[in-house]
Ligand binder design. Structure first.
Ligand code: NAI
Ligand code: MG
Length: 357
């Protein structure tokens, strides 16, 4: 029987509740599709600070590095807001991404037919949207040097540096081209090449790589226009390739086409080694421990992990199908509730998902 080593990182807030649902479904999917998942659970974020003083204990990072895939729920709690940045739960997540050398963040945005009315946008605009934002995660203006604040000429000045190397652009662009090839064959690269030198290098490299992907239809778009086009006519997009800053903004914008943050999965990948699969939402301290969380983003992350990380495509499709069927049957968690639907808690939604599977 095929075996996979999975590290589960439940983290803080609603993390443990939604992790329990994902584990239930993953075990069942393994049984149905002929593989076994060997789970190890480790602390990260606030729970790790409580236990050991560190938001990412060395033992957690080592277990993740030795695994086939990592499934993380969420980290963060207002209890730690007063701590300096390097001691806070968020630092655990950033250190984990760095420790696993994850440079590509994939955020799929799909409108499920049952949730067409959950979005703040009109149904005829979002109907049929199925796109993927590929965001560079470890470069660009969030990491560029020099940065800082200085006193100069009797004034105060602050600066960050937006920088990308040829190698950095090539490796993220390759991820996007490969994905586009597997999907509809359409790739749109986002930049600000009319103003920024760094965007000109970005565009040159994407154009150069396009020679290896004759089957992919490549277009370029300025980021300001892309922000507009995403809400004007999102169906025109399939794979969107962006740098770190533009991708941070555009992926949040794209996420809101769907209606609830409780539905959105993501994957962070490197060129080798395990990927990290985590919902877009945070630890939701306002509803933690009350059996109110929507576990579906986490279940869709588990599906991404099965497909991308473990090549268990049939099981991935089965998990996604269970989410669609439960929604079509009218079951909703509080964040998605509308008239005529049946409201369930996190655990109850888990039971329905398991039955649908
Ligand atoms: P959040 O995503 O945790 O919550 C925003 C709102 O969405 C809240 O009203 C929450 O109840 C709701 N929500 C989120 N996920 C939900 C789900 N699965 N089901 C139902 N409702 C859901 O973002 P917020 O409040 O800004 O941050 C809370 C904590 O989470 C902070 O400590 C923050 O640093 C951390 N955070 C962690 C992330 C991660 O682990 N990747 C990402 C974003 C925030
Ligand atoms: Mg963001």
């Amino acid at each position: 029987m095929r075996q996979h080593r999975i590290v589960l990182l439940p983290g803080d807030g609603i993390g443990p509740e939604i992790t329990a649902v994902a584990k239930l479904l993953l075990d069942a999917a393994g049984e149905q599709h002929g593989f076994k998942l060997n789970f190890e659970q480790h602390p990260i974020g606030g729970v790790a600070i409580d236990a050991s003083g560190s938001p990412l204990p060395a033992s957690t990072l080592e277990a993740c590095q030795a695994s086939d895939a990592v499934l993380l729920a969420a980290i963060g709690s207002p209890r730690f807001d007063a701590l300096p940045r390097e001691q806070r739960p968020e630092t655990g997540l950033l250190s984990l991404r760095a420790g696993l050398k994850l440079f590509a963040n994939l955020r799929p945005v799909t409108i499920l037919p049952a949730l067409i009315d959950a979005s703040s946008l009109k149904a005829n605009v979002i109907k049929g949207v199925d796109l993927m934002v590929v965001r560079e995660l470890t470069g660009g203006i969030y990491f560029g040097q020099p940065k800082g604040r200085i006193e100069a000429d009797g004034d105060e000045r602050a600066f960050n540096t937006m920088t990308y190397s040829r190698t950095e652009v090539d490796r993220i662009a390759k991820v996007a081209f490969d994905l586009a090839r597997d999907r509809s064959g359409k790739l749109c690269s986002i930049d600000k090449a009319n103003v920024l030198d760094v965007s000109q290098l970005w565009r040159d490299r994407v154009d150069a790589l396009a020679a290896n992907y004759g089957d992919v239809e490549l277009s370029h778009m300025y980021v300001d226009n892309a922000a507009m086009q995403l809400v004007r006519n999102p169906r025109q997009f399939d794979v969107l390739l962006t740098g770190n800053l533009f991708g941070d903004i555009l992926s949040d914008e794209a996420a809101m086409l769907t209606g609830s943050i409780g539905m959105l999965p993501s994957a962070s990948l490197g060129s080798e080694g395990p990927g990290l699969f985590e919902p877009v939402h945070g630890s939701a301290p306002d509803i933690a421990g009350q059996d109110l969380a929507n576990p579906m983003a986490m279940v869709l992350c588990a599906a991404m992990m099965l497909r991308i990380g473990l090549k268990e495509n049939d099981a991935a499709t089965a998990l996604e199908g269970s989410v669609e069927r439960v929604l079509a049957a009218g079951f909703r968690t509080g964040d998605l509730m509308s008239e005529g639907c049946t409201q369930l808690g996190c655990a109850g939604m888990g039971e329905q998902l398991l039955q649908a599977l």
